[in-house]
Ligand binder design. Structure first.
Ligand code: NAD
Length: 315
């Protein structure tokens, strides 16, 4: 299949492209190359005959029209986004163009050319779940996003679904929890902790550190997206099952244990504005309808990931 992958020079998109090339799909990656991009992540893919790259902004209709006409994609998978919650709290308006309007531009191109569209979304669109709740949010749950990032992602989901209902465009959406794996930007929790620990910098922890987050390895996330591209039903949303749930502070201690110390570097800082205590999704549907289940050992994969960052940054 010919896949147009937007935001492919980012963390998850680059892993997805590598997986798709291995499965013998042709991939055209479009990325604006913002601060969050790194072409090193695609270094090995650039040698591949079925891979092409174009620097472009998904908010630019003329550029997207050109890519669609040149590449003639059979499916579009949109990873492009402003993805860091803290940045959305500091500067909310920069999240609207890419996370909402850019999705609209891609949907419009897909509608004109009759190309199916897949949106990469997040568990954060459901908003917080209380610690006592055992049942996670299903795909039918109300969207109650708390911060500008998750609100922009929820907006994109609704826009995408409207293209299915109004125009019959084959649209699918996946919502996953926090991803971990190699080559994530250093602003994100796991690489930040490793980097700070190895450089003797203080490790900031928001509030009491007892916010709980679900985690999935980036490879498992990409495998779930591939399953939905292959077997998902148009117009449907699929939550992706997490591999583990951890308190942020417990995860930080777990990382420092593996690094052999640095616990004294932890500093409590004022909590993030509107900080959600916990997210939890019910991922029964992707399992029941598409037969997808995460595999792989969370502890082993987390250790491998921490080890990879430590190797990059150990002085
Ligand atoms: P990332 O920040 O690492 O990568 C985003 C990529 O999008 C970057 O390469 C950036 O240059 C590109 N981009 C930004 N604006 C663009 C534009 N206007 N046009 C073209 N390219 C643009 O993000 P990530 O962590 O890889 O996340 C990818 C997607 O997955 C996002 O949509 C995010 O909301 C979603 N998601 C991420 C996580 C996670 O834990 N990282 C969890 C759930 C969902």
């Amino acid at each position: 299949m010919k896949l147009l992958v937007t935001g492919g020079a980012g963390f998850i998109g680059s892993h997805f492209i590598r997986q798709m090339l291995r499965e013998e799909h042709a991939v055209c990656c479009v990325d604006k190359l913002t601060y969050a991009a790194d072409l090193q992540r695609l270094q090995d893919c650039r040698e591949h005959p079925a891979f092409s790259f174009m620097q472009g902004d998904i908010c630019d209709p003329a550029a997207m029209k050109e890519v669609f006409e040149d590449f003639q994609p059979e499916h579009v998978v949109n990873f492009a986004a402003q993805s860091h919650v803290d940045r959305s709290i500091a500067d909310p308006l920069i999240f609207i163009p890419t996370n909402v309007e850019g999705v609209g531009v891609l949907l419009e191109q897909c509608r004109r050319q009759g190309v199916p569209f897949h949106q990469i979304s997040t568990d954060e669109v459901y908003g917080p779940v209380s610690p006592a709740e055992e049942q996670g949010r299903s795909e039918q749950a109300l969207l109650l996003p708390s911060n500008p990032y998750s609100a922009s992602k929820a907006s994109a989901d609704l826009l995408a679904l409207s293209y299915f209902r109004t125009y019959g465009l084959p649209v699918t959406i996946t919502r996953s929890c926090n991803n971990f794996g190699q080559s994530q930007h250093r602003e994100k929790l796991i690489p930040m902790v490793v980097y700070h620990a190895l450089h003797g910098l203080t490790i900031p922890v928001y509030g009491d550190g007892q916010q709980r987050r679900c985690w999935i390895s980036v490879q498992e996330h990409c495998r779930a997206v591939a399953t939905v591209l292959e077997r998902g039903r148009p117009g449907e949303i699929y939550n992706i099952a997490p591999q583990a749930e951890l308190e942020n502070l417990a995860l930080i201690h777990r990382i420092l244990d593996q690094l052999g110390g640095g616990h004294h570097l932890i500093r409590r800082v004022e909590d993030r504005l509107g900080h959600d205590r916990r997210y939890q999704i019910d991922a029964e549907k992707i399992h029941r309808k598409l037969g997808f289940q995460t595999k792989g050992d969370f502890e082993q994969e987390l250790s491998r990931c921490i080890g990879w960052y430590a190797q990059q940054w150990r002085p």
